[in-house]
Design a protein around this ligand. Structure first.
Ligand code: RTP
Ligand code: MG
Length: 137
């Protein structure tokens, strides 16, 4: 089943020059296509919309500060089972628990600075795509 997902390469990935490597891993999956891509700085309003589900949690404020600390790369990726698939490429939230071979497992150490966001369901993907690419059909 073809799906679309919203991916963010977080400020740590941009600062460390890992966006090409991460995009390359996504692009090499058979049949997946990048259909939107933008480098941008995120304001507080956008972050509150995007991470609203975590508001009130202890990690929320530092997360938002981190996500506003530099540009991110936002992408829409389209293809077969891409929602589950990009999360599998990313690995679990905590990079130390993520297996080598996954993006977080290969490049991350700190839970917050875990390089990549990917939508976790069709509903999240629709909601998040509207935040970052309101012009998309
Ligand atoms: P994401 O939403 O960014 O794709 O990551 P996720 O689903 O794997 O993790 P989630 O639970 O939604 O958490 C969102 C992001 O918040 C940061 N975080 N820090 N205990 C902590 O310090 C903590 N827990 C989560 C991470 O950047 C995580 O990706
Ligand atoms: Mg999440």
């Amino acid at each position: 089943m073809s799906q679309r997902t919203l991916v963010l390469l977080k400020p740590d990935a941009v600062r460390r020059g890992l966006t090409g490597e991460i995009i390359s891993r996504i692009e090499r999956k058979a049949g997946w296509q990048i259909t939107a891509l933008e480098l941008r700085n995120l304001d507080q309003e956008t972050l509150e919309l995007h991470y609203g589900e975590h508001k009130g949690k202890p990690f929320y404020e530092p997360l938002v500060d981190f996500m506003a600390s530099g540009p991110v790369v936002a992408l829409v990726v389209e293809g077969e089972r891409v929602i589950e698939g990009v999360r599998a490429l990313a690995g679990p939230t905590d990079p130390i628990a993520a297996a080598p071979g996954s993006i977080r497992g290969d490049f991350g150490v700190i839970v917050r600075e875990n390089l990549i966001h990917a939508s976790d369901s069709e509903e999240s993907a629709e909601r998040e795509m509207k935040i970052f690419f309101p012009g998309l059909a």
